[in-house]
Design a protein around this ligand. Structure first.
Ligand SMILES: *[C@@H]1O[C@H](CO)[C@@H](O)[C@H](O)[C@H]1NC(C)=O
Ligand SMILES: *[C@@H]1O[C@H](CO)[C@@H](O)[C@H](O)[C@H]1NC(C)=O
Ligand SMILES: *[C@@H]1O[C@H](CO)[C@@H](O)[C@H](O)[C@H]1NC(C)=O
Ligand SMILES: *[C@@H]1O[C@H](CO)[C@@H](O)[C@H](O)[C@H]1NC(C)=O
Ligand SMILES: *[C@@H]1O[C@H](CO)[C@@H](O)[C@H](O)[C@H]1NC(C)=O
Ligand SMILES: *[C@@H]1O[C@H](CO)[C@@H](O)[C@H](O)[C@H]1NC(C)=O
Length: 505
């Protein structure tokens, strides 16, 4: 079949499909937290919070805490699951909850026993649960006078009734939260304190069943995609570095190190490794975190395609209140700042081999590939960061198979144009099949290509020095369709990054 006629068939075959894909993406990214809707967070408050945060970072280097291991389920593939999740055991007696792994937000929350809109069943064939503070003997409510609620107020992670400013609110009222995510979904509820159980696999408390008291959200309301049952989990585990995050709470109690790592498997079985601890591997390269940012912001300097610099002004990537590059495991695919998008796609298309047929479907750049995709067919893309650290992406890291046409694979650019936004979000499409280390103590993020079905070495500080432990993936089995279907309405793509709105001063 000639190129032209094959393209025509393809367009007809994928029209419905592609339209569904496009509509399922957020039309515009709502880069704001839901509350406070109109006053936002003052820049000065953010700075104050970051001073506290960095002060603590300095104090706690060399802090103890064993390696804590979490199981992983799910896959990035939006036609299968589109998210990675883990389990947490909460309360007394402990109950198990499935929660999405989200490094783009800070709060851990699970559905409450009385919740408006929380799904009751999941298409992932996992047993959903709800948290009932009344039936846990160790739970207690958080009040606005509690210190942790105050930390949450500074970062807009908490809400207090009668609140007109950060210090003027009813101290006797319950500490609430209200979060809105980039895909337009939202959740709200109240905070509780209760025990979190975990497996410590190295360090002073190795192989013991440990627990620690943490503060997390009990969701009484869910809206948007969070109400859908097709890929429902019980909640979201925010791995941000705000004081409200579990990683901050555990490290300040000396229970966990101030570093965590993941290795998410990109194949259709999914799963992988999630560990509070530092995965060590000789090929890991590190780049510093941009200081004083509410997210894991990196300093992207330029992008090359087969070694050729993309014609994009380097200022396009510089971090500011409206720009920057974020690492976010809660985003299924990836987003590219709008001015970099067309040069990126054009460079890939012109460097693609003669064996692939480029087709444009409703503005989306796709390629028809007769066999499986190989590194010889498509260029190598390199995201080059400060400190000389490069993230090198092969076609598996920037293309996604959206279907088949007469037995040929149809692969489309998986990076989405961040319309009207200059933010680049590195989601699961690029984070999978890599070790990713979030070193909060060292304020840096590192990565290395890795087969995440293999075991890794994790280091932990203990009273007897630095220990290393070898650990393999602990998979959560869930059920999802194994083969990308030929033509289907895909489930939507999640973007779980919570943005803080900053008032222009
Ligand atoms: C272990 O402690 C050293 C300082 O004693 C620190 O530099 C390092 O980041 C710590 N590593 C972990 C994994 O906590
Ligand atoms: C609530 O407590 C804070 C901190 O202790 C205090 O600054 C504030 O004045 C109190 N607010 C009210 C309304 O009592
Ligand atoms: C550890 O705790 C989990 C969750 O509470 C429980 O299911 C498991 O049986 C415990 N294991 C041991 C060895 O006590
Ligand atoms: C883990 O550590 C062992 C012992 O030091 C070493 O032989 C092995 O190569 C390491 N594995 C990785 C993946 O770094
Ligand atoms: C691209 O970024 C890298 C940093 O990783 C830097 O070494 C290189 O000089 C940059 N290239 C250009 C042309 O700016
Ligand atoms: C998880 O899956 C990988 C790949 O299938 C496998 O090698 C590993 O043994 C599994 N781990 C467990 C604990 O089942």
């Amino acid at each position: 079949m000639s190129r032209a006629s094959r393209s025509a068939v393809l367009v007809a075959a994928t029209l419905l499909h592609t339209a569904a894909v496009l509509y399922s993406f957020p039309a515009t990214m709502t880069l704001e937290r839901a509350f406070p809707t109109n006053h936002g967070v003052q820049l000065s408050q953010l700075r104050a919070r970051d001073k506290i945060r960095h002060g603590r970072a300095l104090q706690s280097t060399g802090g103890g805490g064993g390696v804590i291991d979490f199981p992983v389920g799910g896959t990035f593939n939006p036609f299968l699951v589109g998210l990675y999740f883990t389990t947490v055991n909460l309360g007394s007696p402990p109950r198990e909850f499935y929660v999405q792994i989200d490094t783009g937000s800070d709060v851990l929350w699970v559905g409450c026993s009385r919740c408006n809109g929380c799904p009751r069943s999941s298409g992932l064939k996992i047993q959903l649960n709800s948290f009932d503070p009344g039936s846990s003997s160790t739970s207690s409510l958080i009040h606005c006078s509690d210190q942790i609620c105050g930390f949450g107020l500074e970062s807009a992670d908490s809400v207090c009734s009668g609140q007109t400013s950060n210090s003027n609110y009813n101290n006797n009222s319950q500490c609430l939260y209200s979060l809105e995510y980039g895909d337009g979904s939202a959740t709200s509820g109240y905070y509780v304190s209760d025990l979190l159980y975990f497996d410590t696999i190295a360090g002073d408390s190795a192989n013991s069943n440990s627990s620690a008291s943490i503060v997390f959200g009990c969701s009484t309301s869910a809206t948007g995609d969070l109400t859908k049952s097709d890929r429902a989990v019980d909640g979201i585990f925010g791995f941000g570095q705000d004081k409200m995050s579990v990683i901050s709470q555990l490290s300040s109690q000396g229970v966990a190190p101030k570093v965590f790592s993941h290795c998410l498997r990109g194949d259709d079985s999914g799963g992988g490794i999630l560990v509070l601890g530092e995965i060590v591997e000789p090929n890991i390269v590190y780049t510093p975190l941009v200081p004083s940012q509410p997210h894991y912001n990196l300093n992207l300097l330029n992008i090359t395609v087969n070694g050729q610099l993309l014609p994009v002004d380097s200022g396009e990537f510089t971090t500011s209140s409206t720009k920057g590059t974020i690492v976010d495991s809660g985003t299924t695919l990836a987003y590219l700042a709008q001015k970099a998008y067309d040069p990126f796609v054009n460079a890939i298309t012109s460097a693609a081999s003669q064996d692939v047929t480029p087709v444009t479907v409703q503005g989306n750049q796709c390629y028809v590939v007769t066999s499986s995709i190989t590194n010889n067919m498509f260029p190598q893309v390199s995201f080059n960061f400060a400190g000389g650290a490069s993230m090198v992406l092969g076609p598996q890291d920037y293309l996604i198979q959206e279907g088949t046409s007469n037995g040929d694979g149809v692969w489309c650019i998986g990076f989405q144009k961040n319309d009207g936004q200059d933010t680049t979000i590195l989601g699961d499409l690029v984070l999978k099949d890599k070790i990713v280390v979030y070193d909060l103590a060292g304020q840096r993020i590192g990565w290395a290509d890795y087969d995440c079905s293999m075991s890794v070495n994790v280091s932990a500080n203990s009273s007897t020095g630095i220990e290393s432990v070898n650990m393999g993936p602990r998979n959560i089995s869930s059920s999802f369709r194994k083969e990308p279907p030929k033509l289907m309405i895909p489930i939507s793509i999640v973007t779980l990054v919570v943005y803080i709105s900053i008032l222009k001063i």
